[in-house]
Design a protein around this ligand. Structure first.
Ligand code: ATP
Ligand code: MG
Length: 856
C-alpha cells in the first residue's frame, strides 16, 4: 500500500490566509454545525446504519422463506388460499418476532458503545472542547498529544517533537516525525507528506495542533476503507456456531431430498409433498440462533454495564467466558496507580535535591504524554525554571524507556535524561556525589556500587528512575537519541506505587474459575516481584525482555506456559508473549492501558482496557472497564460463561429434541398413506416452539457450569444429539403406534395427535436440558417456565379451538390425553437418564486434557 496516491496532494497547497486568523479560536459553534450538515459526520459511509425497513426486509432474503412463500402461492392458485394466508402470516410473525428482539438488543448494545466512544480536543469559539470524533468537521482546529488517534486528515500547524505511527496507510513500521514546514513540491506521495497527518493513524509521542482538511469518506483511509476495515478474524465461538449451522444445513438438505424422493416414488401429490418438505426444512433450521445469540449477548452487555464494564464488540463476551489466560500490565491493575515520590538520592544513596531538580525540569519541559511518574515529580515540589527554556526534546518511547530534554538559559545548554535506571547508568561515564555534587569518573567499582544502590531501592518495592545530564555546545540545536551518551549520573528518584489490596483476592478468585494470570510489564523484575509478594502471587517463572529477545517463537511458546512474570518487555515483546500463548491453544485476554499495550490489545482474543486509558488502547480494546478493578473483570468472566451456557441450551434443544421430531417426520412419510403432519401444522408447531424458547437468554446458568472456561465444541454437541435424538424419535414412533393401532386414528386425528405430542415433548424437554444436574433442583427463570407451560397448554386445547378447521385439527378422544400424559412423563425421565449417562461417561471419556499450567 506504499504507493497509495490520493487524488490531490492537498498538503502542498498553501493554507488560506483567512484560516490563519481563526486558528487560535477555532470555528464558531454555528459554523461547525453548518459544516456538519454540509459534510456529514466524520465516519465512513460503510459503517453507517442501514434504515430499519431495509434491515427488516433483508430478513426475507432467507432462501427457505422465499421458496416456502413461492410454493404456497402456487398452491393458492389451485385453490389452497387459506393455507397460503396461514403460511404468510406465520412467516411474517416469525420474522417480526426475530427482528424486533434482535433490533432492540442491538440498539441497547450500540447505545452503550457510544458511552466509551473516542473523543478529541477541538478549539471552538476560543475554548477547547472535548467532542466525539464523529462530530469534527473540515476547518476544525484539533490539539493532539501522545496516545491520541488522529481524528481526520489534517495539516500540521504547530508541532513539538511530534511522531506518528502511520503503518496502516504507508506500511512504514516506525514512527515518523511531522512538522509544520512545507515539504518539497515533489512530495506528492502520502508517505512524503511530512506536514500532514491522516485519519486512522496515531500519535506516538510529542504534541501538535492540526487543522482538519478532510473528514469521513473524503479522507485517505475513507477512500480505501473497505480494504482496510479491520475484518477481525472470526472468534472461536463464531467459528463454532458457523460449523454448527453447516452441520444442520447438510442434514436438512439430505432429509428434504429423501422425503421428496420417497413421496415421488409413492406417487403422492407433488406440490403438496414439496411444500411439506420445505416446511420440514423450515422446522429444522435453528432460525432463532442468530437472534438468541445477539439477544443473549446484548443482555449480557447490559448486565455487564451495570457492573461498570462496557462491551464494544459483543462477541468478546463469549471470549471472556472462554478465556483461560489473562495477561495484564502492572500499574493500575495490581497497583493503585497513585504514585508518590518517596525519596531522591545521589548515586551512592545519600539524600540529595539535585536529582529531584533535574527530574523536575525534565518532566516540566517534556511535552509528550505525561506518565504518572512525571505527575508524581511535578506534584512533589516546585522549582522555578527561571531563564531556562526548552530547545528540543527526544520524546519517551517504550523501547528506550527514557526521555531527554535539551534546555538553555543563555549561558549554558544542558541535556537532561531521565529513564529506566539500568539503561541510564549504562549511558553514564561520570557521576556526581558529595555535598558539592562534584562530577567524577565512574570506575567499574563505582558502577557496581551504584547498581547495588539502585537495586536496594527496588528491593524495597520502590519504582526507580535514573537521572543524568551533560553539558552541550550552545550551537547544538537538535537533540537526538545519539546525544544520550557520556552522561553524568546525578542520582535516582524512587516512587511508591502501592499494591491494590483487593487485587490479590480477585486474582485468586479468577484462578479458582480456571483463569491463570500472567503479568507482562515494562517495569523491572525486582519491583514486580515485590508487588507479587505483597499480593501473595507465587512466581512460577520469570522472563525478562532481554531473555525473550534471544528466544525464537517456538522456544518462547514453551517457556511462556510456565512463566507468569514477564518484565522489562517492550511493546513488541508484550505482543510476542501473547501470540506465543495463543499458539499453544490458550484463549488469551489482555488488560492494559498504555500506548505500549495497543498491539497486544489488538492481538488478544479479548482486549480489555480502562476508561482512563489512552485513545489507541481504548480503540484497540474490546471491553472497557469503567473501574480498573479485577473483581469487575471476574464478574465479566462469569457473565461470559453465562451467555455461553444459555446459547448452548438453545443449540442443544435444537439438535436433540427438535431434530429428533423432524427426523421421525421424514421416517413417517415412508409408511403413511398420508402426510404425517400438514405443512401449516409443521409451521405452527415450529413457531410455537420458537416462542417457548425466546426467554432462554433470561435463564440462569448453574454455577457448576461456570467453574471452567468454556469453548463451543461441536463433538460435544454431535454426541449429545446422537444420544438424545433417538429417544425423541422412539417416542414419536410410539405415538404413531398408539394413534394407528390403539386409537385407530384417521388422517386428521393422526396429524392432530402427533402435533400435540411433538410440541409437548419438544417444549418440556428444556427443563431437562437446561441443567447438567437435577432438574428438580435447578430452577428455570419464571418467564421461561411460564412461557413453556403456556405453550404446552395451548397445544392441548388447540384441537378444540375455533381455528382448528383452518389448520386441519380435529378433537382428540380423552384416552389420547391419558396416554399422552404417561408418555411425556416417561419420555422426560428417559432423557434425564440419558443426559446423566452422557455427562458421566461420554463426556468424561472424550474430555481432552488441556495442557498443564500453573494455577496462577
Ligand atoms: N515519564 C517517564 N520518564 C522516564 N522514564 C519513564 C517514564 N515513564 C516510564 N519510564 C520508564 O519506562 C519503563 C516502562 O514504563 P512503564 O512502567 O509505564 O511500562 P508498562 O509496561 O506500561 O508498565 P506497567 O505494567 O507498570 O504499566 C518504566 O519502568 C520506567 O523505567
Ligand atoms: Mg502501563
Amino acid at each position: 500500500m506504499a504507493n497509495t496516491t490520493p487524488t490531490t496532494a492537498w498538503w502542498l497547497e498553501p493554507i488560506p490566509t483567512e484560516v490563519s486568523t481563526t486558528l487560535t479560536s477555532g470555528l464558531s459553534a454555528a459554523e461547525a454545525k453548518r459544516r456538519l450538515a454540509q459534510f456529514g459526520p466524520n465516519a465512513f459511509v460503510s459503517t453507517q446504519q442501514r434504515s430499519i425497513l431495509r434491515q427488516y426486509l433483508s430478513r426475507f432474503s432467507n432462501p427457505l422463506v422465499i421458496i416456502l412463500l413461492a410454493a404456497s402461492a402456487i398452491s393458492a392458485l389451485s385453490g389452497e388460499v387459506v393455507n397460503f394466508i396461514i403460511i404468510t402470516c406465520i412467516v411474517l410473525l416469525s420474522v417480526t418476532l426475530d427482528f424486533v428482539q434482535e433490533y432492540r438488543a442491538n440498539a441497547a448494545a450500540e447505545k452503550l458503545r457510544h458511552t466509551v466512544a473516542v473523543r478529541t480536543r477541538v478549539r471552538r469559539d476560543g475554548k477547547v472542547l472535548d467532542i466525539a470524533v464523529t462530530d469534527v468537521v473540515p476547518g476544525d482546529v484539533v490539539e493532539l498529544c501522545a496516545g491520541d488517534l488522529i481524528p481526520a486528515d489534517a495539516r500540521v500547524i504547530e508541532a513539538h517533537d511530534f511522531f506518528v505511527k502511520q503503518a496502516l496507510l504507508t506500511g512504514e513500521p516506525y514512527p515518523v516525525e511531522k512538522h509544520a514546514q512545507m515539504p518539497p513540491a515533489s512530495a506528492t506521495e502520502l508517505a512524503e507528506a511530512s506536514n500532514a497527518v491522516f485519519m486512522g493513524t496515531s500519535v506516538i509521542s510529542g504534541s501538535a495542533t492540526v487543522w482538519l482538511v478532510n473528514t469521513g469518506a473524503q479522507t485517505a483511509i475513507g477512500a480505501i476503507a473497505d480494504s482496510v476495515s479491520r475484518q477481525s478474524s472470526p472468534t472461536a465461538f463464531e467459528l463454532g456456531t458457523r460449523h454448527f449451522g453447516l452441520l444442520i444445513m447438510r442434514l436438512t438438505v439430505l432429509m428434504v431430498l429423501f422425503v421428496l424422493l420417497v413421496n415421488v416414488a409413492l406417487h403422492k401429490p407433488l406440490l403438496e409433498s414439496f411444500i411439506f418438505a420445505v416446511a420440514l426444512a423450515v422446522g429444522l433450521t435453528p432460525e432463532l440462533l442468530p437472534m438468541v445469540v445477539s439477544v443473549t449477548l446484548s443482555r449480557g452487555a447490559l448486565r455487564m454495564a451495570s457492573k461498570d464494564m462496557i462491551v464494544k464488540r459483543l462477541s468478546a463476551i463469549q471470549d471472556l467466558g472462554s478465556m483461560d489466560v489473562l495477561c495484564t500490565d502492572k500499574t493500575g491493575t495490581l497497583t493503585e496507580a497513585v504514585i508518590h515520590l518517596e525519596r531522591h538520592v545521589d548515586p551512592l544513596g545519600q539524600l540529595s535535591d539535585r536529582p529531584l531538580m533535574l527530574a523536575y525540569f525534565n518532566s516540566y519541559f517534556e511535552t509528550g504524554l505525561k506518565s504518572p511518574l512525571d505527575e508524581a515529580i511535578l506534584a512533589t515540589t516546585h522549582f522555578d525554571p527561571g531563564t531556562w527554556t526548552k530547545v528540543d526534546e527526544v520524546p519517551f518511547d517504550f523501547e528506550r524507556r527514557r526521555v531527554s530534554v535539551l534546555i538553555d538559559n543563555g549561558q549554558a545548554r544542558w541535556l537532561l535524561v531521565k529513564g529506566a535506571p539500568d539503561d541510564v547508568i549504562g549511558l553514564c561515564t561520570h557521576y556526581e556525589s558529595g555535598p558539592d555534587a562534584h562530577a567524577q569518573p565512574m570506575s567499574d567499582a563505582d558502577r557496581l556500587a551504584i547498581y547495588a544502590q539502585y537495586h536496594a531501592l527496588e528491593q524495597e518495592g520502590l519504582r526507580v528512575l535514573g537521572i543524568a545530564w551533560r553539558d552541550v555546545e550552545q550551537t547544538h540545536a537538535h537533540a537526538v537519541v545519539g546525544d544520550e551518551a557520556q552522561l553524568i549520573l546525578v542520582g535516582f528518584c524512587a516512587f511508591i506505587d502501592p499494591p491494590k489490596t483487593s487485587a490479590g483476592a480477585a486474582l485468586s478468585a479468577l484462578a479458582k474459575v480456571g483463569v491463570s494470570i500472567k503479568i507482562v510489564t515494562g517495569d523491572s523484575d525486582l519491583v514486580t516481584r515485590h508487588v507479587c509478594e505483597q499480593l501473595h502471587i507465587p512466581v512460577t517463572g520469570l522472563l525478562t525482555g532481554k531473555e525473550i529477545a534471544l528466544l525464537d517463537d517456538h522456544a518462547l511458546s514453551a517457556r511462556a506456559e510456565t512463566t507468569n512474570l514477564f518484565c522489562r518487555v517492550n511493546p513488541g515483546q508484550k505482543e510476542r508473549v501473547l501470540l506465543a500463548l495463543r499458539a499453544r491453544g490458550h484463549v488469551v485476554g489482555y488488560l492494559g492501558d498504555g500506548i505500549n499495550d495497543a498491539p497486544s490489545l489488538h492481538s488478544a482474543d479479548v482486549g480489555i482496557s480502562v476508561d482512563s486509558a489512552v485513545d489507541v488502547a481504548k480503540e484497540a480494546a474490546d471491553i472497557i472497564l469503567l473501574k480498573p478493578d479485577l473483581h469487575v473483570l471476574l464478574s465479566g468472566v462469569l457473565e461470559g460463561r453465562r451467555t455461553f451456557g444459555n446459547i448452548l441450551k438453545y443449540i442443544m434443544m435444537g439438535t436433540s429434541s427438535n431434530f429428533g421430531n423432524m427426523f421421525s417426520m421424514a421416517g413417517a412419510a415412508l409408511f403413511l398413506p398420508f402426510l404425517p403432519m400438514l405443512p401449516t401444522q409443521i409451521l405452527l408447531n415450529n413457531i410455537l416452539y420458537d416462542i417457548s424458547e425466546v426467554p432462554i437468554p433470561l435463564d440462569k446458568v448453574d454455577t457448576d457450569d461456570m467453574r471452567h472456561p468454556q469453548v463451543l465444541d461441536l463433538t460435544f454437541i454431535r454426541n449429545f444429539m446422537l444420544i438424545i435424538g433417538p429417544i425423541s424419535s422412539l417416542f414419536d414412533f410410539l405415538t404413531f403406534y398408539v394413534m394407528l393401532q390403539v386409537l385407530k386414528a384417521n388422517e386428521g386425528m393422526f396429524q392432530t395427535g402427533w402435533f400435540v405430542e411433538s410440541l409437548c415433548t419438544q417444549v418440556l424437554v428444556i427443563f431437562i436440558i437446561r441443567t447438567r444436574g437435577n432438574p428438580l433442583k435447578s430452577h428455570a427463570n419464571p418467564v421461561l417456565t411460564v412461557t413453556s407451560l403456556t405453550i404446552v397448554a395451548l397445544a392441548l386445547v388447540l384441537p378444540y379451538s375455533p381455528l382448528n378447521h383452518y389448520f386441519g385439527f380435529v378433537p382428540l378422544p380423552p384416552a389420547f390425553y391419558a396416554i399422552l400424559g404417561a408418555m411425556v412423563l416417561v419420555y422426560l425421565m428417559m432423557v434425564e437418564l440419558a443426559k446423566r449417562f452422557f455427562y458421566h461417561y461420554v463426556l468424561r471419556a472424550k474430555a481432552k486434557p488441556r495442557p498443564a499450567r500453573p494455577l496462577l
